[in-house]
Write a protein that binds this ligand. Structure first.
Ligand SMILES: [Zn+2]
Ligand SMILES: [Zn+2]
Length: 306
């Protein structure tokens, strides 16, 4: 299949700035990300294609080579895997590239999981943090799917105060319940108003007169939890399974965060995975190679004939 033009894929002009390239890619990547399109092969292809285009065009050197020689100029570009098939890189490379530039802390991740935007305002100050855990899986587990128990340390709601953090909640006297304070400063350029969270109540607008002694008023305590995760067949390294509400409990009864289970592949002693294919080496004799023959090979399911 002939490769599409990288500029065309990203929908940017040939003279597009680095920023425009990044922006165009980010939009496409979020739209086609496998997380948003589970099991959708076409979306996965689009995601890979966009990432490949981005990897080449974001780099001044490879972009110059591409401008001059086209796809042939960048076929050996780092990150393009070793497959000489010209199929570009596989989905793992693409996911890694996306996470590298737009991952946690970057804007892509937040947008996909509705972080950032959602967590604003008073209620959101209490929202529990998301947690992330790595889970190593064997190739067999990945191929057939599995169920795993994982142990994590996290905050759970305090049972003593039912997460309230104590009794006699009252309005913070310092900010008058607003949760933030305004500061006005003057300079030769004019008057500046800055708004900062109130330090007395931590931005919540409320203070507790008699805090719960078990959780010191936070409404949550640490626990060791065991959670079972169903892994569907066919996940790959770099995929993650979001478990809603399994992250840290929020402060003072706030909503819990999510738990992200990041998939990692344990290297297999005999098989190498390349995208959706499993590669294994089978020793054959010279005579067999010349005359043909039958050789028993092992597959993940057991034995098969070649
Ligand atoms: Zn408590
Ligand atoms: Zn306050």
């Amino acid at each position: 299949m002939a490769k599409r033009d990288y500029y065309e894929i990203l929908g940017v002009e040939r003279g597009a700035s680095e920023d425009e390239v990044k922006k165009a890619y980010r939009q496409l990547a979020i739209r086609f990300h496998p997380d948003k399109n589970p099991g959708n092969k076409q979306a996965e292809e689009n995601f890979k294609e966009a990432t490949e285009a981005y990897e080449v065009l974001k780099d001044t050197q490879s972009r110059a080579q591409y401008d001059q020689y086209g796809h042939a100029g960048v076929s050996g570009h780092p990150g393009f895997g070793t497959g000489g098939s010209g199929a570009g890189f596989d989905i793992n490379d693409a996911l890694r590239a996306f996470m590298r530039d737009f991952g946690r802390g970057g804007s892509g991740f937040e947008e996909m999981f509705g972080g950032g935007q959602r967590r604003r305002g008073r209620q959101d100050l209490y929202h529990g943090e998301d947690l992330k855990i790595r889970l190593k899986l064997t190739l067999e587990e990945i191929a057939f799917g599995t169920e795993k128990s994982i142990k994590i340390r996290r905050f759970k709601r305090c049972a003593v105060c039912s997460g309230k953090g104590g009794s006699s909640l009252r309005r913070c006297p310092q900010c008058n319940g607003a949760g933030q304070v305004q500061q006005v400063s003057r300079s030769m350029f004019g008057q500046f108003v800055s708004v900062t969270p109130c330090s007395n109540c931590g931005g919540t607008g409320e203070v507790i007169s008699s805090p719960c002694t078990t959780c010191s008023g936070s409404g949550r305590v640490e626990e060791q939890a065991t959670i079972s995760v169903k892994i569907p067949a066919g996940v790959s390294e770099g995929n993650y399974i979001p478990l809603r509400g399994e992250g840290n409990a929020g402060m003072r009864g706030g909503e819990s965060g999510d738990l992200m289970v990041m998939i990692e592949e344990k290297p297999h002693e005999r098989f190498v995975r390349h995208g959706g294919d499993i590669i294994t080496e089978v020793p054959i004799t010279f005579a067999m190679a010349a005359l043909g023959g039958e050789s028993e090979i092992e597959t993940l399911e057991g034995h098969g004939n070649l």
